[in-house]
Design a protein around this ligand. Structure first.
Ligand SMILES: Cc1ncc(COP(=O)(O)OP(=O)(O)O)c(N)n1
Ligand SMILES: Cc1ncsc1CCOP(=O)(O)O
Ligand SMILES: [Mg+2]
Length: 208
């Protein structure tokens, strides 16, 4: 099994399927410089989800990019993905760690809460995610977070991921506030040229 180092910073592209061209657009995002890819599919189609996650894992291996599975520890284990992303309804870090092992990447949603981030870091999360920072086309009712939270969380010693309504135009304010990763769905995958869209985010960070 190929394991891929988790990068220090960059574009964290999150897929927006289900869509028939998933592999093609994921490939374009990676060609454009995405440094982490998350498979996010909120359907219950277990068979398709497994097949797509396997295909994305193979694609990510070619690019030496870690694949993170949203919500689903079992799917992450079954596909040999680099890790899992957990929100408040998705189980805790210890349970995921017990299944996925010490070297897996476990990310945790902390919404607008420093306290959630402190607890996640203490529980062994590999990164903490905050947001939404801007109105999100994907999650219009997401709680809103302030860039001050990114600054405050520098003390936690884990990478900070920003999510929610991020575009190439508003992203620099989050990079300035300390976001190590920009997690983006629509401003990458809803764009007509996915590769070019990814490049605009990738260029906001220096090479790793
Ligand atoms: C990197 C990253 N950050 C936040 C989320 C949101 O997770 P969650 O709150 O569990 O919501 P869903 O994405 O599951 O709808 C994420 N997926 N990735
Ligand atoms: C999953 C999630 N959690 C908070 S906002 C969001 C959606 C981000 O998508 P977009 O980049 O399209 O705003
Ligand atoms: Mg979730």
């Amino acid at each position: 099994m190929i394991t891929t180092r988790f990068p220090n910073h960059g574009l964290y592209a999150i897929t927006d399927g289900p869509r028939t061209d998933l592999l093609d657009v994921a490939s374009q995002a990676l060609a454009g410089g995405a440094r982490v890819l998350q498979y996010r599919d909120k359907t219950t189609d277990t068979t398709r989800r497994h097949a797509e996650a396997v295909a994305l894992k193979q694609l990510c291996d070619v690019h030496a990019v870690p694949l993170i599975i949203n919500d689903d520890v079992v799917l992450a284990a079954a596909t040999g993905a680099a890790g899992v992303h957990l929100g408040r309804d998705d189980g805790d870090v210890a349970a995921a760690r017990a299944v996925l092992g010490d070297h897996s990447i476990i990310g945790v949603s902390c919404y607008d809460s420093f306290e959630l981030a402190r607890a996640a870091a203490a529980a062994g999360a590999d990164y903490v995610a905050f947001g939404a920072f801007f109105p999100s086309p994907t999650k219009p009712h997401a709680v809103r977070a302030s860039p001050a939270l990114l600054r405050q969380s520098a003390t936690l010693g884990v990478p900070r991921v920003a999510i929610g309504g991020i575009t190439p135009d508003n992203a620099p304010s989050l990079v300035d506030a300390g976001a190590d990763f920009l997690a983006v769905i629509s401003a990458v995958f809803a764009m007509p040229d996915v590769c070019a869209a990814a490049q605009r985010f990738a260029h906001l960070y220096p090479p790793d």
